[in-house]
Design a protein around this ligand. Structure first.
Ligand code: GRF
Length: 200
């Protein structure tokens, strides 16, 4: 028996797709019950609908305010009896009230080895550009618990990815993404299976 998962996305949602594919292949010890995006046209919403998962646009545009977004999210999480919230390319900060209510039940995936190369504004190609500019020989993927500060909460799982001479940011991004697509379903299953304590 898995737990109920909500996935939050802002963009194309290839990580969401990896989770949905793992679920379909019965390799996920969890059920994706809900997908939320702050963008009405995020492709991730279409991916969810194709898989028959409830998918909603929730943003300050639809709810009027940051507080309104939190209220709507909490209502949806309660309706779907969500145990674990996965941020898979979600670019907005999670409201402190949601973080408090779901303490140690929200994880984020970040395409570098945190605590390096994280923080506000560090997303997409900018992360990989920074890794290359710092001449790192190794990058990677981090899945971490979410708190009120971008990319700061404790790391749950981490995997390294080599950086090769002559890599462009796009090359590194592509190599890292392959690992993201593996680590995220695995970590969700591990959390759902209780291999990694969820805390309180
Ligand atoms: C990924 O690189 C993830 O680590 C970061 O945002 C990107 C989302 O990609 N947080 P996708 O939307 O899952 O394709």
């Amino acid at each position: 028996m898995g737990c109920n998962v909500a996935v939050l996305v802002s963009g194309s949602g290839t990580n969401l797709q990896a989770i949905l594919d793992a679920e379909r292949a019965r390799k996920l010890d969890a059920v994706v019950r809900l997908v939320i995006s702050n963008k009405a046209d995020a492709y991730g919403l279409q991916r969810a609908r194709k898989a028959g998962v409830r998918a909603l646009h929730v943003s300050t545009k639809t709810e009027g305010s940051f507080d309104g977004v939190a209220k709507k999210m909490l209502q949806l999480f309660a309706e779907e009896q969500i145990d674990l919230i996965v941020l898979a390319g979600y670019l907005k900060l999670i409201h402190p009230e949601v973080v408090r209510k779901y303490s140690r039940r929200i994880v984020n995936i970040h395409p570098a080895l945190l605590p390096k190369f994280g923080g506000k504004g560090m997303y997409g190609l900018k992360v990989h550009e920074a890794v290359l500019a710092a001449n790192e020989k190794v990058s990677g993927v981090s899945v971490h618990f979410v708190d009120e500060v971008y990319d700061r909460g404790p790391v749950v799982a981490q995997r390294t990815v080599p950086v090769f001479a002559g890599d462009s940011p796009e090359d590194l991004q592509a190599r890292v993404l392959v690992v993201e697509h593996r680590i995220l379903p695995e970590t969700i299953s591990a959390l759902a299976c209780g291999q990694i304590p969820l805390g309180k």
